[in-house]
Design a protein around this ligand. Sequence first.
Ligand SMILES: [Zn+2]
Length: 433
Amino acid sequence: MYSIDAQLLNKVLEILEKYPLCDRCLGRLFASLGRGWDNSERGKALKMVALMELHRRVKEGIENVDKLRIVSMHCGSIAEKLLRELKYLQDIDLIPCYICKSTIDELIERYTNLAIEKLKELKVEKFLIGVKPPKYIAKTERELAESMGIQYWESVRSEFKRVIGKKVQEITGLRVDFENPEVIIVLDMENDEISVIIPSILIRGRYWKIGRRISQSKWIKKNGTKKYPLSLEEVLELALPLTKAERAIIHAAGREDVDVRMLGSGRPTIFEYYKPLKRDINLEELERIVNSNPWVKVSFEAIARREHVKSYKTMAARGFKIYRALILVENDVSEEELEILEKKFHNAIIHQWTPKRVLHRRKNVLRTKLVHEIKVRKITSHIIETLIKCEGGLYVRELISGDDGRTSPSFTSILNKPAKCIELDVIYVHEIL
Ligand SMILES: [Zn+2]
């Protein structure tokens, strides 16, 4: 007769012979084939073609009529007339869908209405739908797709999100926004609960600390007073009235000690405004408000995504830094000694036990860090200025002092006279994503 490569059709027939499926659940198994159709349309079309093909095979004596009867039963109401012609009169609507127990369209209807009610209360314009589907549906469809070797399926979770989002959008005129929604409506179908998440505003940028005694987060002592006069967090909070957020959170590529300035490149950071009620913000205006203080400066470069936070927080350990240190040496230092210092710290491996000053809160471990290079300049007979390029995570004060032999080699050990860092600045943080 005719010959086509009927792999898809045979797969659909194989599935329908085994399992009764509603249009939507069958369509979802082949969701990534074809574009612009709802899965229920996709499923209905597959059923029609499958039934036509099987009907042809029966008419031509290739296939047994019993198989057509079973497949028709599994197709549901769409095969009603065909079944009647095959003299097979049973109530075909009695067989529920193997995957969703024929509940899926009701679930869509019910949760669409719940989401609309919730959105009306919230008075927002841009939303996103999150879904926790009923476990039995998610589990059954995955097992079926895997056992039948289907590679084109879409999860029921993704279908719920898309279909409900679209329906809510059509009915209310509100807009689904994947990038920057005002609220995420989470539909927990397993527990029949609905909750609302207000996503944070995340901003990629950097900060500079021009003064000393400035901490990254607010540091409140037990008696309720501040340990340091200013923090980066407080400076960011200057913009709370603009965002109507609850608070500001910092996800920085490492941190410097409170008495260390952050100059030069600034420190790559993701700034988070938590639970903002207003998100149509102008980054330049936000930046201007934050920078109205004299001691901490920020630049807000672009809106970031949650997945960027992790790479920013681990960046400091992966990249290098450059420090500027002012060092007091107990006895006079000569130019020759400074030359030796530069040579010894060229690609030098430093062995460093946890410094004494942080032992009360950190485990005592031996770390190995690389000093790429240093540049030294004599200021007075006792004071030298140094630029140190090193791996992230190296304790620089101890690299200078030696920490009573706990860091080796050190400026003290190479010069063979006590050296001490009296002023420290970070001037470059390597941005490595
Ligand atoms: Zn179904």
